[in-house]
Ligand binder design. Sequence first.
Ligand SMILES: [Zn+2]
Length: 228
Amino acid sequence: MNAKEPRQPKDDREQELLDEALAESFPASDPASLVGPGGGISGAEEAMQPGDALIIVDVQRDFCPGGALPIENGDAVVPVLNRWIEKAQRLGIPIVASRDWHPGDHLSFKPRGGEWPVHCVAETKGAEFHPDLKLPTETLIVTKGDRADRDQYSAFDATGLAEELHRLGVKRVFIGGLAEDVCVRATALDAAAASFSTHLVAGATKPVTAEGGKKALAEMRNAGVVVD
Ligand SMILES: [Zn+2]
């Protein structure tokens, strides 16, 4: 499947940068050899093509082990998403990264009667993207939950993201990140509702609870989301 891919870097420098990035991700190995007919390590990202977008939901320190609202193995999504990022970058596909970015008195916080411990407070370390997530500088950052009196689980909720993706000619989105049964679920359901062909990258998301993850998967599938 690699042979059919358009590989047209804009210039030599760009190719050089790509080669460096690949060498870093896949040391001492031919990257193409990792994706074979059996799937290799993971071949799903090879399906991406122009007209797609990659949406990375809330891969922030607070949602990973050691954070304020840690999701079990939340950081396991990082290497998987890095492969998708590398591929998207190579194809010039838009990369979106959403982040929870709460004021200290956000209504979702337990001290205010909300459901969650205090997490992802704007400008704090916990709100930073996971340090190993290799977001390129051109990443479209979607900030949400930044009003004290309102929560936004979905990256599409009053953020203008759908309009922006339509403007960029995006027809299909691949979604991964945290958490599968909360913000990823809401983002995928909204993407499908906004008429994007919507794929969940199953290996690139983790739920708050296994039970919640199962339920969310069923809901997403029912809404037409393809689970890769
Ligand atoms: Zn939040």
